[in-house]
Design a protein around this ligand. Sequence first.
Ligand code: C2O
Ligand code: CU
Ligand code: CU
Length: 437
Amino acid sequence: MLPTHQPRPDVVQAWLVARDVAASVAGTRAILKTYNGSFPGPVLRLHEGDRVQLALTNQLAEPTNLHLHGLRVSASIDDPFLSVAPGKSVVYEFTVPPGSAGTHWYHPHLHERVARQLFAGLAGPIVVTGAIDELPELKVADDRLLVLKDLSLAGDRPAPHTAADWVLGKEGDLVLVNGVVGPVLPATRSLLRLRLLNASNARYYRLALDDHPLHLIATDGGFLDRPVEMAEVLLAPGERAEVLIQLERAGTFDLVDLGYARSRMAMGMGRMGAGGRERTPRSTRLATIAVPTAFSSAALPAMLGKVSVLSPDQARSTRRLVLGEGMMGAWFSINGRPFDPRRVDLRGRLGTLEIWDVENRGRMDHPFHLHTYPFQILSRGGTPEPFAAWKDVVNVRPGEIVRLAVPLRDFTGRTVYHCHIAEHEDRGMMGVLEVSA
Ligand code: C2O
Ligand code: CU
Ligand code: CU
């Protein structure tokens, strides 16, 4: 956990130092890029309403910066265009708005360096607590955070990107949970709350727990109206989910990744099985929940937050954003144009609601992410979304159009939207949104 200082009761100060550190990963020593020497980065714990002064010092040999993924913070503070030179420090000062309770994260956002810095270890979770955490059912739950982040090593360094990695997105062969392989989590209560964060460059996780349904309570942007029972939860890069699990029987239960085929172009790009056919995804154990003794059953909360459902007929404009892949991934684009930080691609008006149709014309899944302005998914491939939720990442499958309701609230300024496969973002699948009053 990241130590914080409170010079006044409502002010929280914390300090992140980006630096190379020799860490031990899966039994080997490796030089990783870290925040404060820890892999993944330390948990930043905040409360709704906190006035935060978060310092970043760059002790790397290259420039970097920080993005507060999921926090509703003005783009003038959470500035993806900022570059922090080696040896320099910056302070990010912001207030945590009410209603931001949930699981978020921080990572670098310096264009063309994101994929390598993120893969090498620069990512950490942000946990925001708020009034909703006082619900009696949530208060008694065992609250655990799982950061899903993969890595592969070449000698004592993170493996370099290959040409194929820049096309498909880089996956590591070490699939780590909180930086370790297959941790065993002892359960202490009958209700388990898992905060799940996909901080991987490109790996998807289709999560399921042996013999137990998952009760989804929160997505990227916070709580649902009520728990939704699911057999499995798919997390694309950048996404978060919180689930409740009722543990009653004693035993050990594996949290597994069931495997997800996220590409139609895997053939010929190094993922071929024998005979030239794409391998069927197989399931991987991520962690084990050890329930020492039978617990008496715990109730789920009947109600959670209140998601105010956005009505598309209040929308001022409808836009289409087409995600495109160049030849062999030489570049990626949105609406035919690769990212250019000097160009504004979309101009919006503060206080208006927009409909965005995000269309994937490529052959790979692309997790679409927008900064600063959380959205609701209206439909995917024409199918209405089954429940209302606030999101900031949505997976868009090849050939699919996902329809979003995007309220441009609270902040003016210039920010970005992009594919959260870090390699695609670095290679151009990003655009600039400017919101003015
Ligand atoms: Cu988590 Cu612009 O990213
Ligand atoms: Cu973000
Ligand atoms: Cu992508």
